[in-house]
Design a protein around this ligand. Structure first.
Ligand code: CA
Ligand code: CA
Ligand code: CA
Length: 480
């Protein structure tokens, strides 16, 4: 016996069924009713070659489900730039009311060409209404630049949703900003300052460059702006901003100093009234304290008698240089001061130093108090110098504060004469020495003798000191 026909009656229509050899079951494709319908009868009837037939009955509820679910992306916003490299993708999966429901396992989430699904790391979906609310948070940072995602899902009836797509951009990097001019901390005397540099942004693009909030023009990635500075400290803040709001900031502090250095005083010492001059002098230069501390970087250079002198800065804007004694005790000082901004000032002065002797007395002249003071001061100066050089044992009495009201006694004049003679005795016989005459008068000849002799002692002492200096340097091998 063999089956001659197997048929099914569905919703009033007969359909032939065929054997599926793989499953051993009879199958037929039927036409669904045009409306959803419960308890639709199914009758299956089989007939064999003897004419015998058998049948079975059943019923089924027919749901009409042809409406696909809908995918909606709520963020990111299409075409927007984001600073977060793990910007979440939020979307909803919703099937129709009364539909078969979203088949979450069918979720297709294609991110930059990579297929992800409902169980991929970073995917979180929660049931909501007739579907799901989902958020995908990239477990790792996405690359800079553009990204796309496309999403589909099916319902339980196999209806495939729309393809929801969105593209967005990521920029996590600040703009490049370089300020090539000015250097930070620049000190200048030019009130017109050029601020220039380069700015760019690799991803979202540069939207502005500002200098102290004011926008500047950027062309081909470069900017250049001139500003006028105020005297003193000027602060500049240069900011580059990209399309997502990242900023890069460079600051520059620039000092405008248009005030030249100012000489207050130039002195040479030691003062012959105070101590023996020895073989060197100290030139002291006092500069006016700069009005503002950042003006303070001043330098003082100069020459003395044409030779460079090294000036060293000390306290309170005071500069000093030690110079060797010149044969004629005349010191032509030429000074140049410069501040950090390049402002300059020059000053020159010539100092006569050493003994201020006078040996051109003529008969009408007579001894004044200041002549006496000069002679006595010169005597004291030379005595002290001799002492310093190891000569002299006897204390001298000198008076250097004669006034017009004082009347010198003969004993004073005698003391002055003896003092001058004593200086020569301390030293040694000096050529051209003029004899000091001890008598009861004093005339221009005697005056000239006093002063000439003092001058001579000074001259010889100077030569002696110079000789010591030079022989010292030779023996020290300083000048091969
Ligand atoms: Ca549906
Ligand atoms: Ca950027
Ligand atoms: Ca200055």
């Amino acid at each position: 016996m063999a089956l001659t026909s197997v048929r099914v009656q569905f919703n009033g229509t007969w359909y032939n069924m065929t054997l599926n050899s793989a499953t051993g079951k009879y199958e037929a494709t039927i036409t669904a009713p045009s409306t959803p319908q419960d308890d639709v009868p199914i009758l299956v009837r089989a007939v064999n070659n003897t004419g015998y037939q058998a049948q079975a009955e059943a019923s089924v509820d027919i749901k009409w489900e042809i409406v696909p679910p809908v995918v909606t992306i709520t963020s990111p916003t299409a075409g927007s730039w984001y600073t977060n490299a793990q910007t979440p993708v939020a979307f909803t999966l919703t099937d129709n009311e009364g539909g078969s429901g979203v088949d979450l396992a069918s979720l297709s989430f294609v991110l930059d060409g990579e297929a992800l699904g409902s169980t991929s790391p970073g995917m979180a979906c929660t049931a909501s209404g007739n579907g799901y609310t989902c958020v995908y948070t990239p477990p790792e940072a996405l690359s800079e630049g553009a990204h796309t995602v496309s999403i589909t899902v099916s319902d339980a009836a196999g209806n495939v949703s729309n393809t929801a797509e969105v593209g967005w951009n990521i920029d996590t990097v600040r703009p490049n900003l370089g300020v090539t001019s000015p250097a930070d901390g620049l000190v200048t005397n030019n009130p017109t300052l050029t601020i220039s540099g380069t700015a760019s942004d690799a991803t979202s693009g540069l939207v502005s460059v500002t200098i102290n909030v004011a926008p500047v023009t950027v062309a081909d990635g470069a900017f250049s702006q001139t500003v006028t500075m105020a005297e003193g400290q000027n602060e500049y803040t240069i900011v580059a901003t990209d399309a997502v709001g990242h900023t890069s900031t460079v600051t520059r502090s620039v000092v405008l100093d248009t005030t030249p250095p100012e000489f207050v005083s130039v002195d040479i010492g030691p003062d012959m009234d105070a101590e023996p001059l020895g073989n060197s002098f100290i030139i002291t230069v006092v500069m006016k304290p700069p009005a503002l501390s950042y003006h303070a970087e001043e330098t003082v250079t100069g020459t003395v008698n044409g030779a460079p002198a090294i000036f060293t800065e000390g306290q309170d804007c005071t500069w000093t240089a030690v110079v060797g004694r010149s044969k004629d005790d005349t010191y032509a000082v030429v000074l140049h001061a410069q501040d950090a901004a390049g402002n300059t000032a020059d000053y020159s002065v010539t100092f006569p130093c050493g003994l201020d002797s006078k040996w051109d007395w003529t008969p009408p002249e007579y001894l004044n108090c200041w002549d006496l003071n000069r002679i006595e001061r010169n005597t004291r100066y030379l005595y002290d110098w001799l002492q310093q050089e190891g000569y002299g044992t006897q204390e001298l009495t000198t008076k250097t504060d004669w006034t017009k009201e004082d009347i010198p006694l003969w004993s004073d004049i005698l003391r002055v004469r003896q003092n001058v003679d004593y200086l020569q005795e301390c030293y040694f016989a000096i050529p051209e020495w003029r004899e000091i005459v001890y008598n009861s008068t004093i005339d221009s000849g005697q005056m000239n003798a006093f002063e000439w002799d003092l001058h001579l002692i000074d001259l010889w002492l100077s030569r002696m000191v110079s000789f010591k200096v030079y022989s010292g340097t030779i023996y020290a091998g300083m000048y091969p």
